[in-house]
Design a binder for this molecule. Sequence first.
Ligand SMILES: Cc1cc2nc3c(=O)[nH]c(=O)nc-3n(C[C@H](O)[C@H](O)[C@H](O)COP(=O)(O)O)c2cc1C
Length: 323
Amino acid sequence: MKTKITEMFGIEHPIIQGGMHYVGFAELAAAVSNAGGLGIITGLTQRTPELLANEIRRCREMTDKPFGVNLTFLPSLSTPDYPGYIKAIIDGGVKAVETAGNNPQKWLPAMHEAGIKVIHKCTSVRHSLKAESIGCDAVSVDGFECGGHPGEDDIPNFILLPRAADELKIPFVASGGMADGRSLVAALALGAEGMNMGTRFIATQEAPVHENVKQAIVAASELDTRLVMRSLRNTERVLRNGAVDRLIAKEKELGANLKFEDIMAEVAGVYPKIMLEGTMEAGAWSCGMVAGLIHDVPTCKQLIDRIMAEADAIIRQRLAGFL
Ligand SMILES: Cc1cc2nc3c(=O)[nH]c(=O)nc-3n(C[C@H](O)[C@H](O)[C@H](O)COP(=O)(O)O)c2cc1C
């Protein structure tokens, strides 16, 4: 399939694997890229730019296809060494960067000079237009369904994607709630040039996370996610568990007085325990409503081949049959 996104990133299929903390290691990024999609290493999961440089090297040993790096610009107490991470990306010869969070404008000239295409993840039309105006090459439009941070507007993709299509001139991919060939065809119909998946790629053979995480996603339904940290304007969609129930109880009790320190135990530093050790009750972890559409743990190649075959059949048979 050829779209503006496959052309922009030099990939075979218009499918991107979104950056995911403690999931987006070289193994997953390489597997997605080898299967014809765009795999993404999560920059900040590597604690230093040197470690990121090493992760990029490891990925390159596993694939000769294009892959990218996610850089998340978050308001955090200790600002990461962003110039160092950008240098590691440029020196590593990476040509695709997924930015997320705060405005990436400051970092665009250096990346563009190095021939890097930048796709910024946005949860609103407003932010997508801003990304376009500052010179981003593409946008990943992340609807309310998504795992991770859906923003504060709560607009689902059935509205958000056509709204983005009406306003944007640069290409965009649909993100949030994407799982299969139906998702891809729907995304294309709504104006996107491809799709970005997070949660679906965690439940794959190559995702280097504990088996318990994959099984939790397979076992979950679309009813099993919760929104947390809304009162802090840092809303996150997570899979419900004991820690999330405790967190929500504190949110109810403290209301507008809730501070980050009150919920540190449930959210700070929990990812390694969950993703690497499989201690599923250790805290809150991002997961999309799309868990309800995930019933197996295929290889990335099986998953992407299946998506493309389904999309082909839907377009050529089901849709063409209506005409
Ligand atoms: C476990 C997990 C961790 C994530 N970590 C990040 C991250 O560090 N940076 C980021 O930009 N997005 C992150 N995301 C969001 C994904 O890149 C993607 O936008 C989102 O998962 C899409 O929604 P879906 O899960 O419905 O496919 C994360 C998502 C999940 C499920």
